[in-house]
Design a protein around this ligand. Structure first.
Ligand SMILES: Nc1nc2c(c(=O)[nH]1)N[C@H]1C(S)=C(S)[C@@H](COP(=O)(O)O)O[C@H]1N2
Ligand SMILES: [Mo]
Length: 406
């Protein structure tokens, strides 16, 4: 049975559909190219691309349209923003500290930023982070929360130190199960005792080579909205694990129980449910590695091509902890597929560039579909995958619309 809250959600979605807000759905339901309904309101977030689309301003949440994710290495200006609370107003690099503590740390240690930079070897990796709610807008019955379409994903180069090196330096006991982060952002309510979010990962993920405490994106300090001056980065896992404005890490002897670890947050039904099911918290399981997915980043949807009936399309593909083995393209609604050329990742957990030369049999309207497959043989679904109460893990194929003119 639908709760009142769910009914309200459905109602507001209906109102939404009646308005000009169809634009938000265009990436999923390509409309005839002659009708350009796709518009991404300009946002004006300092340091961000003017094409960024703001979903919410308190807390700030903003995504990029797929054609602005065309860079192999995502520029800081084109990295999405997902805030649960309010970022720190003032950051003083000289006094910023990171404390390592928790049940499994007998002697808690506090490091200054300068100590971290001086004492530990530095690494740079290109790592994909994607919000687990990316694609939420497509679920029906609708899921509450930011109505992300396709662009809450990015893959910049991150520079920092290994979380493992710092944990080993601090020392932890062998009953460690999980790490949990705490950031310097504040709860929307203003209550200093409440955390906007405090998540983490199991020790096995925490100790991987690519699990970083980072202070740079693409050789520049992190943008304020993306966690300046210090954040965690766990490539391939829900980006909610990559704690921003990092000030504390607890090494826990149980699954971390910070804000948004339990209930319905970043969790999906342990067993598949029919759309609209009210799932009790006890039946919800934590999301770990993200599923295989791809984007078409060139051309943008509604492009028109003329002259030769050929087109070079390109995009990105990623698969959580896994590698992508194959990307296939269809221009006939999935009836036939052709393999794309697929580049290897720059390193483990980086997205992979693909491109394909398409030849259209005729002029007219086409949809281009892209479908990736991971190294375990798992492909993206063409339609919306398993409905879940909070609308996570939508990895359906990306489709764009184009018009081929003579
Ligand atoms: N301290 C803190 N860390 C955080 C968040 C937050 O609100 N506060 N949001 C999380 C979520 S849900 C996501 S998807 C990513 C987004 O990272 P980005 O804003 O740099 O793209 O940060 C994660 N880390
Ligand atoms: Mo997220």
């Amino acid at each position: 049975m639908a709760t009142n809250r769910e009914k309200k959600g459905v109602q507001s979605r209906r109102t939404f559909l009646r308005g000009a807000a169809w634009a938000a759905f265009a990436p999923f339901f390509p409309v005839p190219a002659g009708l350009d309904l796709l518009s991404w309101p300009s946002a004006g977030i300092p340091g961000k691309d003017p094409g960024i689309r703001v979903l919410n301003d308190r807390p700030l949440n903003a995504e990029l349209p797929p054609h602005l994710l065309d860079d192999l290495i995502t520029p800081a200006s084109r990295l999405f923003v997902r805030n649960n609370g309010i970022p720190p107003k003032q950051v003083d690099l000289d006094t910023w500290e990171l404390r390592i503590e928790g049940e499994c740390v007998p002697n808690p240690v506090t490091y200054r930023l300068a100590d971290l930079k001086r004492r530990f070897p530095q690494y740079t990796y290109q790592l994909t982070i994607e919000c687990a709610g990316n694609g939420r807008a497509e679920f029906f019955p609708p899921a509450k929360g930011n109505q992300w379409t396709l662009g809450a994903v990015g893959c910049p180069e991150w520079t920092g130190i290994r979380l493992r090196d710092v944990l080993e330096d601090a020392g932890y006991t062998d009953d460690a199960v999980y790490i949990g982060y705490y950031g310097a952002d504040t709860h929307l309510s203003g209550d200093p005792d409440k955390r906007p979010i405090s998540r983490g990962v199991p020790m096995a993920k925490a100790l991987e080579n690519e699990s970083l405490i980072a202070w740079e994106i693409n050789g520049e300090p992190l943008p304020l909205q993306n966690g300046y001056p210090l954040r965690l980065v766990f490539g391939g896992w829900p980006a909610s694990t990559s704690g921003k404005w990092l000030s504390r890490i607890a090494v826990r002897n149980r699954i971390h129980d910070g804000a948004k670890m339990g209930g319905q947050s970043y969790r999906v039904p342990c067993h598949p449910v029919s759309p609209g099911t009210d799932v009790p918290d006890s039946e919800m399981c934590i999301i770990e590695s993200m599923p295989v997915k791809s984007l078409i980043t060139f051309p943008r949807t509604h492009a028109r091509i003329s002259g030769e009936k050929r087109l070079q399309v390109r995009g990105k593909a990623w698969a959580g902890d896994r590698k992508v083995d194959l990307v296939e393209i269809s221009i006939d609604f999935g009836a036939t597929w052709q393999p794309a050329q697929l580049a290897p990742p720059a390193n483990r957990l980086a997205w992979q560039a693909w491109s394909a030369e398409l030849a259209f049999p005729d002029t007219g309207y086409y949809e281009i579909w892209a479908r990736a497959q991971d190294d375990q043989g798992i492909r993206q679904p063409m339609v919306l995958p398993g409905w879940n109460p909070k609308g996570y893990l939508n990895n359906a194929c990306h489709r764009i619309a184009i018009q081929v003119k003579s």
